[in-house]
Design a protein around this ligand. Structure first.
Ligand SMILES: [Zn+2]
Ligand SMILES: [Zn+2]
Length: 318
């Protein structure tokens, strides 16, 4: 591949994540600047807030869109596509997959493939985003910006590859975020006319509701790769360095109970005690009551017993 072909292929990959995949070194851990231009641009676009200013509505919208998409990422990208901790219909799996895709964290199959690899190799040398083998910034964002991170091992998601609509969503993973950005801009322009008292407009809502919301959502999500393997308490000896951390659990709607999760990834619920706040699980519980999802995997009795015993032992020691 000539240099020009390499550049063009990387630009094409902004739109089609599979472009030129036969000719690229998908084991490379080198920062691929051209490929990550949209990701860098997304961060820089947040600075437009200096021009657009802020309104209470734009901040409210950013927080709400953050929460809805965090739920889609943790509830569906993670607990459904990666771990299959419950069942749902083909329509719901596509719709929640598309909602997750609007977070611009690539497609659901890419996400699940990498995450399954993480569980198999947690904190060993093959783990692509272990803070113990690459340091904080590598585990947080470095792994996301190299071709080894962009590549997807299809064998790890064979179970999902049979759904053409998911393959499409996964291949053209910038389509949904782009559509969401356009829709938010249009909504802001509409509100400027229909509800001028809200003090917002297209560009302001785009900056808060999409750029800032998406960037904060990204860093909150990947804090589970970086901080959750460094910062917090370990209840279980899991063979990796995963931690439980209430602050990360609050920011990520339950993912901060990461040591629990590494102990028993099959459970839909990651907070193992009633006081371990797990907003995603509450949301999934409601979806189950509504009949949208079913067959949620519980925390098995022997894991609950182990949790109680370890907590009692810790109380006795302190
Ligand atoms: Zn982990
Ligand atoms: Zn997991």
């Amino acid at each position: 591949m000539t240099r020009v072909q390499y550049w063009l292929t990387n630009i094409l990959r902004w739109f089609d994540s599979t472009a030129g995949s036969d000719h690229l070194d998908t084991s490379s851990r080198t920062f691929n600047f051209l490929r990550v231009v949209p990701f860098i641009a997304l961060h820089l676009a947040c600075l437009l807030v200096i021009v657009t200013g802020t309104s209470p509505f734009s901040v409210f919208f950013a927080v709400a869109f953050f929460a809805v998409r965090m739920f889609a990422i943790t509830g569906f990208y993670h607990r459904y596509f990666a771990h299959k901790t419950f069942k749902t219909s083909r329509v719901a799996q596509f719709l929640f997959g598309a909602l997750g895709a609007s977070a611009a964290q690539r497609g659901p199959l890419w996400w699940a493939a990498h995450h399954r690899h993480h569980h198999q190799h947690s904190d060993d040398v093959k783990d692509l985003h272990s803070p113990h083998h690459g340091g904080f910034w590598w585990s947080h964002v470095g792994w996301f910006t190299c071709d080894a991170g962009f590549a997807m091992n299809e064998r790890r998601v064979k179970d999902w590859m049979k759904f053409p609509e998911l393959r499409f969503l996964n291949r053209f993973d910038s389509l949904v975020p782009a559509a969401a950005a356009i829709a938010i801009y249009a909504l802001g322009e509409g509100l400027a006319v229909w509800a001028p008292e809200l003090g917002t407009n297209g560009l302001q809502l785009l900056v808060w509701g999409f750029f800032i919301s998406t960037v904060v959502l990204f860093h909150a999500t990947v804090s589970i790769n970086s901080l959750s393997h460094v910062w917090g308490k370990r209840r279980f000896e899991t063979g990796d360095d995963s931690r439980n951390n209430i602050w990360l659990a609050l920011i990520t709607m339950g993912e901060g109970w990461h040591n629990n999760h590494h102990r028993w990834p099959q459970s839909v619920r990651q907070g193992f005690r009633w006081y371990e706040v797990d907003m995603t699980w509450y949301g999934l519980w409601i979806l189950e009551r509504l009949g949208i999802i079913w067959d949620m995997n519980p925390i098995p009795e022997h894991i609950q017993e182990e949790t109680r015993q370890l907590d009692a032992m810790r109380r006795r020691r302190s």
